[in-house]
Design a protein around this ligand. Structure first.
Ligand code: ZN
Length: 132
């Protein structure tokens, strides 16, 4: 199981990331957003440069960016709402499905469950495996 470090934060007037769409992004986001039960339009994706990495359970390294003192492969922000991701080389290895699960929970409950306590998390990794 890959270990994802992700953060939820409220930012005031400081949006980070490059919001240029990647090849295949529209399809990957639509697939993942539907699979996590997202309502309305999926949040925008802002890409961050890889600047750190964390060890995975399989002995590899997971690329990330520094966010509040942690190396995160993704982050979901709520004010305004958007997602930051680092590009690991394919959609399946990215934190896209994970961060969209945060967003879907936020839309549904008003809380993006930063502590990953809700039962919905059981499907987040399965959703990632649906991606190219
Ligand atoms: Zn998370």
């Amino acid at each position: 199981m890959r270990s994802l470090v992700a953060l939820a934060a409220v930012l005031v007037g400081c949006v980070q990331g490059d919001f240029t769409e990647r090849a295949g992004q529209r399809e990957a986001v639509a697939l993942a957003w539907h699979a996590v039960g997202g309502a309305g339009d999926a949040p925008a994706i802002g890409w961050r440069e890889a600047e750190c990495s964390t060890p995975t359970d399989e002995g590899g390294r997971l690329l990330g960016f520094l966010e509040r003192g942690q190396c995160a492969s993704g982050a979901h922000f709520t004010a305004p709402e958007y997602v930051n991701l680092v590009w690991p080389g394919d959609w399946r290895s990215s934190a896209l499905a994970h961060e969209l699960m945060h967003a879907a929970l936020y839309r549904r409950t008003g809380d993006d469950d930063a502590g990953h306590m809700r039962p919905e998390w059981a499907v987040a990794n399965d959703v990632a495996l649906l991606l190219p």
